[in-house]
Design a protein around this ligand. Structure first.
Ligand SMILES: [Zn+2]
Length: 192
C-alpha cells in the first residue's frame, strides 16, 4: 500500500471533518527544561477539566509530515477510520515484507494525549488560559498528586488556593522524559 492509497482510504467525510476541526486546536506543548503550569478547573458540572485526545501524524518516505488527522477513537471514543486504515496497511506491509512501510505506518498510530485548560506561568502571557497538550503519562502523574492533596482536603486546580505543577522535560524524540512535581507554596505560586 502506498501513501496515496492510504490517503484515498481516509478520504471520507468523517475523517475530513475531524481534520478540519483539528486545525483549530493548537495546543501548547512543554518546552525543554522546567515548565510551570497551573491546571485550571472545568467550567461545567460535573467538573471535567480534561479531554482525552489523539492525533495521527502521517509521514512520507522522507519522514516529512504529510497529513495530520484527529484520532476519533482516542478523542471521542468512536471508531476511527484512520486507525482502521493503518491497521489494515500494517497487515498488508507485513504480508508483503515491506518493512519501510510497516515502520512508517507504525509511526502514524495515535499516541494518547490529554488536553487541559491551564496557565503557562513562565510564558509571555502567564495569566491567559491556554489549551495545553499533556502526554498521557504526565497527566497520570498529575492525577496521582491531585489525589494525594485531595486526601488532605486541598484542591490543586482551585484557582484561589491551588498549586502549580512543575513539569521538567529532558531528552528528545523517543528518549523524551518528563518529571512532574507540585510546586511548593513557598515560591509564591498561589493565584491570589
Ligand atoms: Zn485513530
Amino acid at each position: 500500500m502506498s501513501l496515496a492509497d492510504l490517503k484515498n482510504r481516509l478520504n471520507n467525510r468523517k475523517a475530513e471533518q475531524a481534520a478540519k476541526k483539528a486545525q483549530y486546536i493548537k495546543p501548547v506543548r512543554f518546552q525543554a527544561g522546567k515548565n510551570r503550569i497551573r491546571v485550571l478547573p472545568g467550567w461545567k458540572e460535573p467538573d471535567v477539566f480534561y479531554h482525552d485526545f489523539g492525533m495521527h501524524y502521517v509521514k512520507d518516505k522522507e519522514s516529512k509530515l504529510a497529513a495530520v488527522y484527529v484520532c476519533t477513537d482516542k478523542t471521542y471514543g468512536k471508531e476511527c477510520p484512520v486507525c482502521s486504515a493503518i491497521y489494515e496497511g500494517i497487515k498488508v506491509a507485513k504480508d508483503t515484507g515491506n518493512l519501510g512501510m510497516e515502520k512508517l505506518l507504525g509511526q502514524a498510530k495515535a499516541s494518547g494525549r490529554v488536553l487541559v485548560n491551564a496557565l503557562m506561568r513562565d510564558s509571555a502571557e502567564p495569566n491567559k488560559p491556554v489549551v495545553v497538550e499533556l502526554p498521557a503519562g504526565v497527566f497520570d502523574s498529575m492525577v496521582d498528586q491531585m489525589m494525594v492533596y485531595l486526601d488532605e482536603g486541598e484542591e490543586i486546580t482551585n484557582p484561589a488556593s491551588g498549586y502549580d505543577f512543575i513539569v521538567t522535560k529532558t531528552g528528545s524524540g523517543i528518549d523524551t522524559e518528563y518529571s512532574v512535581a507540585v510546586s511548593p507554596e513557598i515560591y509564591g505560586c498561589r493565584i491570589r
